[in-house]
Design a protein around this ligand. Structure first.
Ligand code: SF4
Length: 364
């Protein structure tokens, strides 16, 4: 006769059946409490759980798929995921999905949330990649920390169904925190995991999660929201402008996103865009993400890096140079000498500061 050990069905040798293998699962770790609890609950039932976190390209600046920045510091979102994995007692893998993410972001089939956060398609994409990884590992199911009815867009009941269907994860997606409110998945039906040891949380209250965390001795965890620039209002405005001027046949790249995240942005009548850095670190990033844009910065005083996109014309160049002069340390009214870099080479030019009204009139 089979018996349960820590929630897993074991067939004893005496019964004539083979000892059942330990089930394997992948847990999506977002860095928040819910995914931590979900991974921990299933791991504590004796399942061999591996944590995965996805690099969408929107959680940090710099090259996607990296654990640290150029100075060797661990990206905060990676540190959060590592902390969650450690508390859940599981190893962690980081999977770079930034290339597919960028193509999805311009036209997400299920639309955007409050800003430009394509939460449903984001989760679908993450789950598709998780499913692929699960197959490679020969695993049995995928774990997420979703709670039915908790979030307005991505975690209501119909959204959970859509995410499951479009990711191809029907019957292999276990939401341990809400499992008792949802139909059992194959691993539960086959007795690989004891359904009665899973939970039935639903709705917006977070009290059950807090109580469970306390019971498991989990004291350090991130607050549920935050971290994704796509869910921020100021980024949404810039992204809407970017989409409006985007050439349909052009591919969106990581440099485009880096530029969108940094500096002061201005859209000129020609359709060209000007970006002016606000700090030394932004100046460094803008220089790295310059691509084929023209670049100007002061030659003899401190000041920002400014970039000018195509179509580049005389009015655009003048605006950029004068905007850089405005935000430089040069005394007001003084003519500033600037380096002007293009794909054709370097020129020294000079410009006086633009007025605040002129800048504000085209600021995005
Ligand atoms: S907030 Fe950002 S990372 Fe989270 S599901 Fe939405 S789009 Fe994806």
């Amino acid at each position: 006769m089979p018996f349960f050990f820590m929630g897993i069905k074991i067939f004893s040798a005496e019964s004539g059946s083979k000892m059942q293998r330990v089930p394997k699962a992948l847990a999506l770790l977002s860095g928040g409490l819910d995914s931590l609890l979900a991974a921990r609950v299933v791991r504590d039932l004796g399942v061999d759980v591996t944590g995965v976190t996805f690099d969408s390209g929107f959680f940090h600046l710099g090259a996607p798929g990296t654990r640290t920045d150029a100075a060797g510091s661990v990206h905060p979102w990676v540190a959060r995921a590592e902390n969650v994995a450690a508390q859940a007692g599981v190893p962690l893998e980081i999977i770079d999905v930034s290339r597919d993410y960028l193509s999805m972001l311009l036209h997400p089939p299920h639309g955007y949330g409050a800003h430009v956060n394509p939460c449903i398609d984001c989760k679908i994409l993450f789950l598709r990649r998780a499913r692929q990884r699960l197959l490679e590992l020969g695993g049995d199911f995928i774990i997420t920390g979703e709670v039915a009815g908790q979030r307005p867009m991505s975690q209501n009941r119909s959204a959970l169904d859509v995410i499951e269907r479009f990711s191809g994860c029907q019957d292999i997606l276990l939401r341990p925190l809400s499992a008792l409110c949802l139909a059992p998945i194959r691993a539960e039906r086959e007795g690989l995991i004891a359904r009665e040891r899973l939970l039935g949380f639903s709705g917006r209250t977070r009290k059950p999660q807090m109580a469970l965390a306390e019971k498991l001795g989990i004291v350090e965890y991130a607050q549920p929201a935050g971290g994704c620039v796509l869910a921020e209002a100021h980024f949404a405005g810039r992204f809407a402008d970017f989409r409006k001027h985007w050439e349909a046949d052009k591919k969106i790249g990581h440099e485009d996103i880096t530029r969108l995240r940094l500096g002061r942005h201005f859209r000129l009548a020609s359709g060209a865009k000007v970006i002016v850095g606000r700090s030394e670190s932004e100046n460094d990033w803008l220089e790295q993400a310059r691509g084929e844009w023209g670049m100007a910065f002061p030659q003899t005083c401190k000041g920002p890096v400014g970039l000018l996109s195509h179509p580049e014309d005389a009015a655009g160049r003048e605006f950029l140079w004068r905007a850089v002069a405005r935000y430089s340390d040069a005394p007001r009214g003084e003519v500033v000498a600037l380096e002007w870099h293009t794909t054709d080479g370097l020129q020294i030019v000079s410009a006086s500061a633009l007025s605040e009204e002129t800048l504000l009139a085209v600021r995005i």
